[in-house]
Ligand binder design. Structure first.
Ligand code: PFF
Length: 449
């Protein structure tokens, strides 16, 4: 394994890359959608609590495992294993995460392709290509194939360039652009009639729903998906961080960015729905609940943009560009998991490994596209509802039960000498040992029953 490893060149490089992985369609589409269908602010409140109390500790376990191992997920987990059984267990957990990342990418690339196609529509209209504009926003096998392929090629293009020149450089370019677009869109939507009603619906919690078990399951699932847990991605990103960095604080910063962007996305989408309502678009489903999921993003919002006239073309373009960028900084992290494994464990050259693995995942996406009615949901459920919580829980078990406490402390101390006397060190090791595995298992069992 004589491959020289890539690394992030700076703290901000890691923060942008990890936040780029975390912030994606989950934040800008999933979170507002879940909020809309789970009683508004009650969901936001529970989400914030779970993100910091359960997802952040699990996230810390994953990035610390990676920084300690300085290698892909399998090698990192095996480095802390002492017995043969632990090493086998390390393989199962690490490789399971890699498979999970690949499966997520196979369906995520299709959704991201839809975002791209909706970004192309306003451009086509501006150029007067009305037929093409119609084609790109209507479901068809050809449309889905074309945009999935385009999106996956973009992902492969960036990952072929490596950690510093690919992941870091592009995350540093795309993340500020994405945040800028988000803020501009919020400001614009706030100036429109109906927005204040939406803000109220978003921020006024129906406290009676806070303990609803279904809401808890959705909020935890959302938090895990959003922090890219249980996929090997944060282990590999952690392995590219310098030993000089204070992991406790950069982990907290990434979580904070992720949660804040989800919150901001809600502040854009929910008010935008009420603006759409003020313009005569139906935003409630027949059962009285707010429209969510695909209807929200592909019907309600485009109707809103259409109703705005000329400026709607620019706003629609900006919105779907924002979605595409957010998806891209996430998809590159999903591809990096399997690629780093192939490069480090099987000595395959990075460009070759990226192209081969990227095309293999694309082939799976093509199969999904061809059987979209049942496969899209199936692959999403297997990977996000089963794979992610199980692997994330097992990573906590690794950090809490297999990793020697003194080795763990020595690792965190690098870049954070005073950590031993901090609140973090008093709480986190117990948390990761007992609270996280039990809480994740409980929520997981409830979700499958
Ligand atoms: N965190 C991403 C989002 O919120 O859209 C999704 C994601 C990225 C999941 C990377 C898994 C992963 F490995």
């Amino acid at each position: 394994m004589a491959v020289s490893r890539g690394a992030f060149s700076s703290r901000i490089g890691f923060i942008m890359a990890a936040a780029g992985s975390a912030v994606g369609l989950g934040n800008i589409w999933g979170f507002p959608t879940q909020t809309a269908s789970n009683g508004g602010a009650a969901f936001v409140l529970v989400y914030l609590i779970l993100a910091f109390c359960l997802a952040y500790p699990a996230f810390m376990a994953e990035i610390l495992i990676g920084r300690y191992g300085q290698a892909n997920a399998v090698t990192s987990l095996q480095k802390m294993s002492r017995t043969l059984w632990q090493k086998r267990f390390g393989f199962v957990v690490g490789f399971g995460g890699i498979i999970c990342a690949a499966l997520i990418l196979s369906f995520y690339g299709i959704l991201a392709g839809w975002m791209m196609s909706f970004a192309v529509e306003p451009l086509a209209l501006m150029l007067g290509a009305n037929q093409a504009a119609d084609w790109v926003v209507n479901q068809s096998l050809e449309r889905n194939l074309l945009f999935t392929v385009l999106f996956m090629f973009l992902t492969i293009f960036i990952i072929r360039k490596g950690v510093e020149n690919g992941i870091e450089k592009w995350s540093k370019r795309l993340m500020p652009m994405m945040i800028g677009l988000l803020v501009l869109l919020i400001i614009y939507v706030f100036t429109l009639d109906g927005a204040s009603e939406g803000v109220e619906a978003y921020l006024n919690p129906d406290i009676s729903r806070v303990l609803d078990p279904n809401l808890l399951v959705s909020a935890l699932g959302q938090a895990f998906f959003s922090l890219s847990l249980g996929t090997s991605v944060m282990v590999i990103y952690g392995s590219y961080i310098s030993k000089k960095e204070n992991m406790v604080s950069i982990g907290a910063q990434v979580t904070l960015i992720d949660v804040s962007i989800a919150f901001l996305a809600g502040l854009l989408i929910i008010p935008a729905m009420y603006v759409a309502q003020a313009q005569g678009v139906a935003i409630f489903a027949a059962d009285g609940s707010l429209n969510s999921g695909p209807t929200l993003v592909f019907d309600v919002l485009p109707s809103l943009f259409d109703g705005m006239g000329g400026i709607g073309l620019f706003i629609g373009f900006a919105f779907f560009l924002l979605m595409t960028i957010a998806a891209l900084t996430s998809s590159i992290s999903m591809l990096e998991g399997p690629v780093s494994y192939a490069v480090e464990r099987h000595d395959i050259e990075r460009k070759k490994a990226t192209t081969m693995i990227g095309l293999a995942i694309l082939a799976l996406s093509v199969v999904i596209v061809a059987n979209i009615d049942f496969m899209l949901d199936l692959v999403a459920t297997i990977s996000t509802q089963y794979g992610q919580p199980i692997i994330a829980m097992l990573c906590c078990v690794f950090a809490g039960w297999i990793w020697y406490r003194n080795e763990l402390l020595a690792e965190i101390k690098q870049g954070n000498e005073a950590v031993e006397s901090s609140l973090f060190w008093k709480i986190w090791p117990w948390y990761i040992k007992f609270v996280c595995p039990v809480a994740i298992a409980t929520v997981f069992i409830h979700s499958i029953l």
